[in-house]
Design a protein around this ligand. Structure first.
Ligand SMILES: *[C@@H]1O[C@H](CO)[C@@H](O)[C@H](O)[C@H]1NC(C)=O
Ligand SMILES: *[C@@H]1O[C@H](CO)[C@@H](O)[C@H](O)[C@H]1NC(C)=O
Ligand SMILES: *[C@@H]1O[C@H](CO)[C@@H](O)[C@H](O)[C@H]1NC(C)=O
Ligand SMILES: *[C@@H]1O[C@H](CO)[C@@H](O)[C@H](O)[C@H]1NC(C)=O
Ligand SMILES: *[C@@H]1O[C@H](CO)[C@@H](O)[C@H](O)[C@H]1NC(C)=O
Length: 546
């Protein structure tokens, strides 16, 4: 009896020690990996040179991509707000009411407060959490803004875009200043180019990192457009580096992306200087495709994919992405399983050993690092019954129903001239980039041959000779493509595979039924007017001076 009591006591003690292990004894000092997510805004899938273009190079992005794992079939929603809602929640935009269009400055809605965000999970797990750059998930009340939603710090803007120099966001013709440090409006370093500002902030946070693991999202403005009066903005000396590009808009785009690319190199270098690169996971991706034509077009190219931002086509939803980490042993390769923005949260949480609640995304960590088949066979890249389009991917099939703007975004846009560049010179530029050099310290070196081989394999081949371009009128009836054989959505097979069409239609109807009503209000709130608040966009429904 006494022995049993003693045993129970011993068990109790063990339990206490186990539960408080880290606090009392520091016995389980397993360091959690730092997470750095770098998000480009509207960057076309042909506008990183690892996809094969020589028009302008992105040597830092390419160095990380080749040394990491290129996520070849990474899907996102077709526009900003749904894409960001999905990555932050691990869910589809249509199940959380965020499927239609984007948060306009004057419209009082936001990503629901009932959602636990990626930043919340990492914060709860002891991370120091930072958002740099764009939010775009709503701000009409304070409780919807980043520092109330899991981020320790915020340095950036609430809306979809701002002027790269004076930080003004125009909602149609209404201007307002849109820049904050945490909760307060800030004018610090006013006039500095936004991309430089965000890079410098990221580097500073890395330098000042404390004992807590780092969770940092760098949601760049680049290469999204600025306001209507001057869509394309970059420092003149950067633009001057691209005199060989004839199209003046593509020349500025090159400069915008070049600054972004350089900043990514600086972030990698800072991680290396701080001796934490070896325990860091970097995810780079673009929130959606580039926009070659239409409103707020940044002249981005998704060539040779079909369509562009804000459409159901691959050019909108199959985007640039890679994961890089010295923690991943067998990298320097391409992963071709499906991954979707909603998978980011469960995947990174898994890498960090963090338990999360219910999400719709898949934990892809094991599949990616151990070269396993993707757990995801279905992707719903677009579902927006208000804009009137939806698409669904199941295995090799893609079903497209409806489209946007009467089909003016449906073609092959952003076809740019070919530029010659000696392949070895290309590979040398990649290896000698800031990121390329920082990686050398980790024994990550790639021969020119390997670089060029990876680059060839990362190019998208439309198989034009084998695959005819056929008629598809998704506004009349749905189209069907075999996107493994036909990644460019050339050949509509809907009448040849009626059983597949019927199956996907059935699935689509289930999705329609499970969709949440949109959170949008569709009305302009007069209280939002920046003129009421020193020409600044503020949380207008619960505004206070301090
Ligand atoms: C911002 O700069 C642009 C010129 O680049 C100018 O047209 C606009 O008036 C400026 N906005 C404010 C609020 O200063
Ligand atoms: C292609 O799509 C249209 C509707 O968009 C459909 O009517 C037609 O039958 C399809 N053609 C083939 C060959 O499947
Ligand atoms: C296709 O889109 C139309 C228009 O939005 C809709 O009425 C129809 O139900 C959709 N069909 C399927 C199978 O999703
Ligand atoms: C779109 O779908 C949602 C959710 O199923 C529904 O509430 C709404 O009425 C639909 N809107 C239109 C225009 O079909
Ligand atoms: C109002 O905005 C101007 C810049 O436009 C700024 O210099 C000033 O500090 C702001 N005033 C207050 C009270 O925030």
């Amino acid at each position: 009896m006494l022995k049993m009591k003693r045993n129970i006591l011993a068990y109790f003690l063990l339990l206490i020690i186990f539960v408080h292990c880290e606090k009392i004894l520091k016995c389980k000092k397993v360091e959690k990996p730092n997470i750095v997510i770098i998000m480009a805004d509207d960057m076309g899938s042909f506008d990183a040179s690892y996809r094969g273009s020589n028009e302008f190079l992105t040597p830092n992005i390419d160095a990380l991509a080749y040394n990491g794992i290129i996520l070849d079939r990474f899907y996102t929603p077709p526009v900003c707000t749904p894409s960001r809602a999905s990555v932050m929640t691990g869910k589809y935009p249509h199940t959380i009411g965020m499927q239609n269009f984007v948060v306009r400055a004057v419209e009082a809605y936001a990503l629901g407060n009932d959602q636990t965000l990626m930043s919340d999970y990492f914060k709860q797990a002891g991370y120091s959490t930072h958002l740099i750059g764009k939010w775009h998930l709503g701000f009409y009340e304070k409780k919807f803004t980043p520092t109330y939603r899991g981020f320790d710090t915020f340095f950036g803007y609430y809306n979809g875009f701002i002027d790269y120099f004076n930080r003004t966001h125009y909602s149609f013709n209404t201007p307002g200043y849109d820049f904050r440090r945490n909760k307060e409006v800030t004018y610090e370093n006013f006039g500095e180019y936004a991309t430089t500002l965000f890079t410098n902030e990221a580097v500073k946070l890395i330098k000042n990192k404390n004992d807590e693991p780092l969770f940092m999202m760098v949601n760049h403005l680049a290469p999204h457009t600025a306001n209507n009066y001057e869509l394309m903005q970059a420092p003149q000396e950067e633009i001057d580096k691209f005199k060989h590009i004839e199209d003046p808009n593509r020349r500025i785009l090159a400069a915008m992306i070049s600054k972004l690319d350089d900043g990514i190199g600086q972030i990698v270098e800072a991680l290396e200087d701080a001796n934490i690169l070896d325990n860091t996971i970097i995810l780079f991706y673009s929130d959606n495709g580039g926009k070659f034509t239409g409103r707020f077009n940044n002249y981005g190219s998704n060539f040779p994919l079909r369509g562009q931002k804000n459409s159901p086509w691959e050019g909108a939803v199959r985007n640039l992405a890679f994961i890089f980490s010295p923690l991943i042993g067998n990298s320097q390769r391409i992963y071709d399983g499906y991954m979707y923005t909603a998978d980011v949260l469960p995947t990174l949480a898994s890498a960090a050993g963090i338990k999360i609640g219910d999400v719709e995304g898949y934990d892809m960590w094991n599949a990616i690092i151990n070269k396993k088949i993707s757990p995801r066979s279905e992707v719903i890249p677009s579902f927006d019954n208000i804009s009137g389009h939806s698409s669904i991917i199941l295995d090799k099939w893609k079903f497209v129903n409806g489209t946007t703007f009467d089909g003016i975004y449906d073609g092959y846009l952003g076809i740019i001239p070919e530029y010659n560049l000696d392949p070895n010179e290309y590979a040398n530029r990649v290896s000698s980039s800031i990121a390329g050099k920082a990686l050398e310290n980790y024994g990550k070196t790639l021969s020119n041959g390997k670089i060029l081989n990876l680059r060839r394999n990362a190019m998208i081949d439309c198989n034009e000779k084998q695959i005819p371009l056929t008629l598809c009128e998704p506004l009349k009836s749905p189209c069907l493509f075999d996107i493994h054989r036909d990644p460019c959505e050339r050949e509509n097979l809907s009448s040849m595979f009626p059983d597949v069409v019927a199956k996907l239609q059935q699935r689509m109807l289930e999705i329609v039924e499970s969709a949440a009503p949109v959170r949008r209000t569709f009305v302009d709130d007069p209280l939002s007017n920046p003129a009421l608040y020193n020409n600044t966009w503020v949380s207008y429904r619960d505004y206070s001076e301090i």
